[in-house]
Design a binder for this molecule. Structure first.
Ligand SMILES: [Zn+2]
Length: 313
């Protein structure tokens, strides 16, 4: 198990930051800053996603066959053990040594309950009922908050791993007694088209996590009220039609125009919850000189009920 690390230690015992590593100001070999595991430096690089360039931040990586010491801050087992200790067992627990389980049904139920309560709250007129409903709402909100928070902490452990393989032997995802592969739960921009296919074809919707870079944050006028929208960078792919491109459009919506005020363009985030898909739509390219005439958009949207469904990654 390995995390991407923001610092390391060199042969002279000096703490080496990313900036120092970029300047080559260190003595090989590099080790973990907290234990004796061998690490190496990985340079940052730009990556193309659709019409955007996303910058992959530089980091230190664990050397092959090397492992962090049990008590090391970068040991994922250690991190997950702490999360399990501080979580409700209904949602996240240690099932044996070095084996953990995240229960997605509990998260889905809590989300559903909160949405229902928000609806009934709007339609209530009787004062006494309103007060008892509000108490229920607050209790559910707290429970949901704790569940989402545990899930969010687990997702953060995943986000510093380089791939699913690093976490899937350690952490099982379960929905209603059935194991869910990590690849069906956690999607990076290279997987958005597969994510769309899954949302469209599955009969049972499960909460999923979408990882991506913020392309834009906009206010969109609706019929009655305005919405705040975060668009993530959009991967594209070629089609049989030479002048058309398929586009995977993921966006996060809220009627609260300040919902995303903590976030900015270019930031990497994880958005977690019950994502929805919309039927594909064909849009003419507004750039007249472009060889691409048509975009076929595959839209996926999340309407979070709690701010903790989104986090910086
Ligand atoms: Zn270490």
């Amino acid at each position: 198990m390995a995390s991407k690390m923001p610092a390391a230690r060199d042969a002279n015992g000096n703490r080496i930051t990313i900036e120092m590593a970029e300047n080559g100001s260190f003595e090989k070999p590099l080790k973990c800053e907290f234990c004796d595991a061998s690490v190496s430096f990985v340079n940052g690089h730009p990556r193309e996603v659709g019409e955007d360039i996303v910058f992959v931040e530089p980091f230190f990586r664990l050397a092959p066959k090397s492992t962090h010491h049990e008590g090391c801050n970068y040991n994922s087992v250690g991190q997950l053990t702490v999360i399990a200790r501080e979580s409700d067992g209904d949602v996240f627990m240690a099932i044996s040594n070095n084996q953990f389980q995240l229960r997605l049904l509990a998260v889905k139920k809590a989300l559903d309950q909160l949405i229902e309560l928000a609806k009934t709250k709007k339609s209530l007129t009787d004062d006494k009922k309103l007060i008892s409903q509000q108490k229920e709402y607050i209790a559910s909100e707290e429970k949901l908050g704790a569940y989402i928070n545990s899930a969010k902490r687990v997702l953060k452990v995943r986000s510093v791993c380089e791939n699913h393989a690093e976490i899937e032997n350690l952490l099982t995802l379960v929905f209603d007694g059935v194991n869910v592969p990590w690849s069906d739960f956690y999607f990076e921009d290279t997987d958005y088209f597969r994510c769309y296919r899954q949302l469209k074809s599955s009969t049972t919707q499960i909460p999923i996590a979408v990882h991506g870079t913020i392309k834009s944050i906009k206010t969109v006028p609706g019929k009655k009220e305005n919405f705040s929208v975060v668009n993530l960078v959009r991967p594209m792919r070629n089609m049989d039609e030479a002048d058309a491109r398929e586009v995977a459009c993921t966006s996060i919506w809220s009627p609260d125009v300040n919902f995303f005020s903590d976030y900015r363009e270019g930031q990497t985030i994880i958005a977690f919850g019950m994502w929805q898909w919309k039927p594909e739509s064909r849009i003419a390219n507004s750039k007249a000189n472009s060889p691409i005439k048509t975009f076929v958009n595959y839209e996926m949207r999340l309407w979070p009920v709690a701010k903790s469904q989104i986090c910086a990654a």
